[in-house]
Write a protein that binds this ligand. Sequence first.
Ligand code: PGA
Length: 215
Amino acid sequence: MKRLVIFDLDGTLLNTIADLAQSTNYALRKTGFPEHEVDEYRFFVGNGINKLFERALPEGEKSEENISKVRKHFLVHYSEHKMDKSSPYPGIPELLSALHEKGVIMAVASNKYQSATELLVEHYFSGVPFAAVFGQREGIKTKPDPQIVEDILTVTKVDKEDVLYVGDSGIDMLTAKNAGITAAGVTWGFRPLEELKQFEPANIVNEAHEILSLI
Ligand SMILES: O=C(O)COP(=O)(O)O
């Protein structure tokens, strides 16, 4: 019996790709670099925003200086536009309610910077009593480092064997592996099934309600 479910945010609970693409394209435009199609961003997102900008910048232009310029414009735009087109994936609000009714503890572990993680969770899941909502925090290694999971376990006091980690990318599957907890890969997010399979997660699910049978 799993007592705690840890969810990744982007690509798992929320489809945020259009807003991330829109704000990054704005920042690229402002700094004079070429933009990308929304779909390309599925492979840029996942390791925090600096990595997103590094991937979005052209070859030969991926300097710290350029990343920091793009970041500045992105943050201004994303602070105003992070909820323009984002929305929970089908069945997610119902899944979270059902887990809560069953008495399962829930938490969020994201590589998105902390303030945006908190604001998005508050906006889209205001009624959900998450025990912890952790994003990318200053001085703390990002996923796939297991620190974020360890921090959630410290807050919730749940043993590792009682935890299910749910995510949409190889980074998430590796985070669960590194933390020594059971993973469920979801196929509705940003990354393809083949990427999830490479990390041999214990479970792969195609629809949100399937998570209930893994508890
Ligand atoms: O912002 C990112 O890079 C990805 O965030 P996630 O960990 O919630 O998928």
